[in-house]
Design a binder for this molecule. Structure first.
Ligand SMILES: Nc1ncnc2c1ncn2[C@@H]1O[C@H](COP(=O)(O)OP(=O)(O)O)[C@@H](O)[C@H]1O
Ligand SMILES: [Mg+2]
Length: 269
């Protein structure tokens, strides 16, 4: 199992219960979308997966490792988190230094750090910008720089909190082709989002959250279930909506553009 969460509860100091007895599990090597409206607890949940938060009640296991005081350091290395706002993450005076920060902290030799920084910056197509200060980069470039920082640590899981927020369409496409490449190379990827269209097209496993609880977990077919969509304060994916409008007898709504196109082609034949 990549993730195993049992009865996880988390209450902030001001008394806000952000997670309320959450349980779910996710198989290894998956593309996971944690989906839910604002305030449903997605970010709070993410902070448990790399040991920034430790469970107050309940248990969390990541890659078979229980999250606790003893394992938090190891988990920070294995599980990388790309924050929603890259300005919270990229702040050194050059991009190179920024990406080197993680591996330097892990105590790697100078040569190893250099090798990792080069590999990571090339992977996100930002090597030519290595001498630039991060605050001179565009939002999408900063986002890729934050990802490079995580790649340089050789994480096994990458989590991205609201990855498409404020990215232009090309930036989004670029980001997702990079994520798919990393997935092909063996990395597991988790995103937190309220974008059902994105989740439907990209994810193979969905955790649906609302008010600090898990409404449902499973494949993307959950996202065309109108009862769940209404309960989760989300919206049907646009391909599913289109099929609803086609006065045809449709038993199951499509979840991806490709599936919709295949069905339309069938009708046209
Ligand atoms: N530092 C904090 N202190 C108090 N309450 C918080 C804090 N961070 C988040 N919350 C509250 O916890 C709940 C879950 O928030 P969050 O995990 O950020 O949800 P999401 O990422 O799904 O929008 C919300 O009610 C939010 O207001
Ligand atoms: Mg959030």
């Amino acid at each position: 199992m990549m993730l195993k969460v049992e009865q996880l509860t988390y209450t902030y100091r001001d008394g806000t219960k952000a997670l309320d007895r959450i349980s779910f599990s996710v198989p290894n090597h998956a593309k996971v979308a944690i989906l839910g409206p604002n305030g449903s607890g997605k970010s709070t949940l993410f902070l448990h997966f790399n040991g920034i938060f430790l469970p107050q009640e309940g248990n969390v296991e990541v890659l078979g490792i229980p999250v606790n005081k003893k394992t938090e350091k190891d988990l920070k290395r294995k599980v990388g988190l790309v924050f929603q706002d890259p300005d919270d993450q990229v702040f050194s005076s050059t991009l190179w230094e920024d990406v080197a920060f993680g591996p330097e902290n892990l105590g790697y030799s100078k040569e190893e750090v250099e090798h990792r920084v080069e590999r990571a910056l090339k992977a996100v197509d930002m090597w030519d910008y290595r001498h630039k200060p991060p605050y001179h980069l565009s939002f999408g470039q900063k986002k890729r720089a934050a990802i490079a920082g995580i790649l340089a640590m050789d994480c096994e899981i990458m989590m991205l909190d609201e990855p498409v927020a404020y990215l232009d369409p090309q930036g989004q496409d670029q980001l997702f082709s990079l994520l798919n490449e990393l997935y092909q190379q063996g990395m597991s990827i988790l995103i937190a989002t309220h974008d059902v269209n994105l989740a439907c097209e990209w994810a193979d496993y969905i955790i649906l959250m609302k008010d600090g609880r898990v409404l449902a977990q499973g494949g993307t077919e959950l996202l065309v279930r109108e009862d769940l969509i209404a309960q989760g304060r989300l919206r049907l994916p646009i391909v599913a909506k289109l099929f609803q409008k086609l006065n045809k007898d449709i038993l199951t709504l499509p979840t991806t553009l490709q599936e919709a196109a295949n069905r339309i082609n069938q009708w046209l034949k």
